[in-house]
Design a protein around this ligand. Structure first.
Ligand code: HEM
Length: 159
């Protein structure tokens, strides 16, 4: 019968090699770190160009410009014609010749408020949208009639 050799006779350590738990964790951490180094996605994210950039300050919009009724009244000629519609100021000098309702009718309101005239002429939504092209500013809050808290509410004032 074969003789069973003891661990001592086989020159083996009597206790199994005990790998400490934290060593295991180190191996996992090392593997993860190595993967992060070669992973193109995380590598790209580490590139400064991939970092979210600070948003550029926005360009001032025409409606950020505050224009008083007194200033509007200075623009009352066919070559320099401003009108106010729903508290916004429009330079319609280039539109007089194109206006389907004619230039003269608009010239009557040059340098003045044309909100009621504009509304009562039964303009379409397209006409209200067309206003945007000519926007140069907005009245100060104390001169507004529509776009202010407690102002006149109408269902069809453009945004
Ligand atoms: C300044 C901004 C104005 C814009 C962008 C504008 C735009 C237009 C447009 C696009 C039309 C064609 C029909 C439609 O889509 O409604 C129109 C027609 C007309 N507009 Fe204006 N309009 C303006 C101001 C005025 C004003 C101040 C009056 C003054 C009363 C006026 C009187 C008329 C009339 C009477 C028509 C009808 C023409 C016709 O059907 O024969 N509009 N407008």
């Amino acid at each position: 019968m074969a003789k069973v050799q003891s661990s001592h006779e086989m020159n083996l350590p009597s206790k199994p090699l005990a790998v400490p738990q934290n060593k295991d964790l180190d191996l996992v951490a090392l593997t993860m770190a190595a993967l992060r180094l070669v992973n193109p996605w995380t590598a790209a994210a580490a590139e400064p160009s991939a970092w979210p950039s600070r948003p550029e300050p926005e360009e001032p919009q025409p409606r950020d410009r505050v224009i008083t009724l007194a200033e509007v009244s200075q623009h009352d000629t066919p070559r320099d014609c401003w009108v106010v519609i729903y508290d916004r100021v429009y330079d319609i000098s280039t539109f007089l010749d194109e206006h389907p309702g004619g230039g003269d009718i608009m010239l009557e309101y040059a340098g003045q408020d044309a909100s009621t005239a504009f509304r009562s002429s039964g303009h379409s939504r397209m006409a209200a949208k067309a206003l945007d092209r000519f926007l140069v500013g907005e009245l100060p809050m104390n001169e507004r009639m529509y776009r202010r808290p407690g102002g006149i509410r109408l269902s069809d004032i453009p945004e």
